[in-house]
Design a protein around this ligand. Structure first.
Ligand code: T6T
Length: 324
């Protein structure tokens, strides 16, 4: 009868509400392992992650290595796995070398979400391959970021001349994709020659010396694309040390606080700020959604803000400068 059915429905909904309350009462621990701890990009990502954790009453554990290197990141990951958090968010420092270490987490029943960088080809939950087990990838579109950088640098050098990419090291998904997007877009500018990429191991001093060495070999060098924070900072310092401010154009990925002065002084033409706080926020939210029984997207794309002299003072732009 009608009455009976509604009584059953009421009972079911009471049980469902009780189940939900139980799930929400549990304080989840979500670990965030950055590429490295002393990088304004990840410090800003942590802030966004903390904000999301506070919003859902979860505890965020932020633990990482002092440099961007699988050799130092894997022991941190192992220590985190041993603590059995409810979920792991990680920026893997190498596309291949983090697959097996992360598989251990997944095999231990800990959901894995990668933030900023990916493992394998970054396409997850496909049921094939050995690196598809993470639930989601939350990041900037780095191929697009590289293409934006190429167009900006091409414009800055008047669509002709010699440029090169200052990059970290091969095997990092983000910086590999930025270089790929940059080189692909540069094909549209046949009068621009892209010289050999210089790899600096995420060391700004090395990037600065490399700039000077490339300039010593090519006195007609016109521009450089710094593919991440330290590459760009170092390349810009190299340009300044070589007395070439404004002559060798610099397009920077990332937006540490020093970028403001560098843009205002004309040392850096343009910076592509990622939205690391957004990455951290949505990474935690994706983990929380999963932990409370909701399905989540396998890829979440976050935005960019392009900063140059014309908008650097605008507060809607300046808010994307990274935290220290
Ligand atoms: O550019 C970011 C990040 O996206 C990349 O994966 C590594 O370098 C940074 O952390 C900046 O230093």
């Amino acid at each position: 009868s009608f009455l009976k059915a509604s009584a059953v429905a009421a009972l079911v909904s009471v049980t469902a509400v009780a189940g939900q309350a139980q799930a929400q009462d549990k304080k989840f621990t979500i670990a965030l392992i950055p590429g490295l701890t002393t990088d304004a990009f990840y410090i800003t990502m942590r802030k966004g992650a903390e904000a999301a954790a506070a919003a859902v009453g979860a505890q965020l554990v932020f633990q990482g290595a002092p440099d961007f290197n699988p050799v130092t990141q894997v022991p941190v990951l192992d220590a985190i796995i041993a603590k059995k958090p409810d979920a792991i968010l990680i920026a893997p420092t190498d596309k291949d070398q983090l697959i097996q270490p992360l598989k251990k987490a997944s095999d231990a029943g800990i959901p894995v979400i990668t933030v900023d960088t990916f493992i394998g080809d970054g396409v997850y939950q496909t049921g094939k391959g050995d690196a598809e087990f993470p639930l989601a990838y939350v990041a900037s579109d780095n191929v697009l970021g590289g293409a934006i950088a190429a167009r900006a640098l091409a414009k800055a050098v008047g669509e002709k001349g010699k440029v090169y990419v200052s990059n970290v090291k091969p095997g990092i998904s983000t910086t590999d994709q930025r270089e790929e997007g940059f080189k692909e877009e540069m094909k549209k500018f046949p009068n621009i020659q892209v010289l050999e990429t210089q790899f600096n191991d995420d060391d700004a001093n090395k990037a600065a010396s490399q700039l000077q060495a490339v300039f010593a070999r090519n006195s007609d060098l016109d521009g450089v694309f710094g593919a991440n924070l330290f590459s760009a900072l170092g390349a810009a310092n190299g340009v300044q040390q070589a007395g070439q401010t404004g002559k060798i154009k610099v397009v920077a990925f990332d937006a540490p606080t020093s970028i403001v002065d560098n843009i205002n002084s004309g040392l850096v033409d343009l910076a592509i700020a990622q939205h690391p706080a957004e990455i951290g926020y949505f990474g935690v939210m994706a983990a929380y959604a999963h932990l409370t029984g909701n399905s989540i997207p396998t890829a979440i794309g976050t935005g960019f803000t392009v900063i140059d002299k014309s908008n650097v003072a605008d507060e809607n732009v300046a808010k994307f400068i990274y935290s220290n």
